[in-house]
Design a protein around this ligand. Sequence first.
Ligand code: ADP
Ligand code: MG
Length: 286
Amino acid sequence: ATVSVTLSTTSNLAKRGVLSKGSTYLSQLGAIKAIAFDKTGTLTKGKPEVTDVYFNDSVNKETMIDIVVAMESESNHPLATAILEKFEATNKYDIDVENQIGKGLEGVYNDKVYRIGKPTSFENVSQEYRQLNEQWAADGKTVVYISEDEHVIGLIALMDVPKEGTKEAIEYFKSLDIHTTLITGDSEMTGKAVAEQLGLDEVIANVLPENKSAIINEQKEKFGTTAMVGDGVNDAPALVSADVGIAMGEGTDVAVDVSDIVLMKNDLSKLVNSHKIAKKMSRVIW
Ligand code: ADP
Ligand code: MG
């Protein structure tokens, strides 16, 4: 009876756009005590848009934008896509760019060093910039600084809105006393703002890609059976560490490959349905 129940459950789920790579994962899903989510592309649409741009009066704004465009053309980060779209610019300069994972980009142009990236990786930031950063981050925006030879000379804010159904999915898990955590490489302030908007229990921010998996292991120790939901290459180790790794179907191939369950539409309401079914299923089996 057990086998036929799980088989029919698996195919039933497949019809609803959820692929489970084995029935064990479904029963694990039904038993989770904690669930962690990546931010960009998982809770949010993963398509940020530039909302604010600010440069010092001391620099030539047009030239700076050209430099930013040239550098971001070398990146395939969602922030890069958004910045290129905003400026609709053609790439005028050929800048050799180093991609510092989890931090941003660095390049040299006309003997000057330019960096674009995460506020925490810059020193000597003026009060004015820190205030703008805080103000924008409090709205849940991601802020990146731009520096020229160690001087921060501009900032760009980007907003990525939550997907439909995200808030309801979080509410559902919380109503069952399942601990919900946001894990993000983004800043503490931005992470907190998003977590508050969506009602998550906990937020762990400034996480470097290589540390996501260690955090999942901590959650397992603390709470018990833990699921991780993610979409990116940098989520892959955490998806593997989790008792149940869940990938967004439109996520990167690596995330889909290493996960146990794939949500074919990028829709967290599918996850809620799967959890309900998984719980019912474990009642039938036991
Ligand atoms: P996430 O967990 O949100 O996917 P990442 O680890 O990819 O975060 O990136 C963390 C941070 O590094 C971003 O929030 C941003 O500040 C900075 N960053 C990464 N890539 C870029 C880029 N191409 N341009 C500007 N900033 C970047
Ligand atoms: Mg992501």
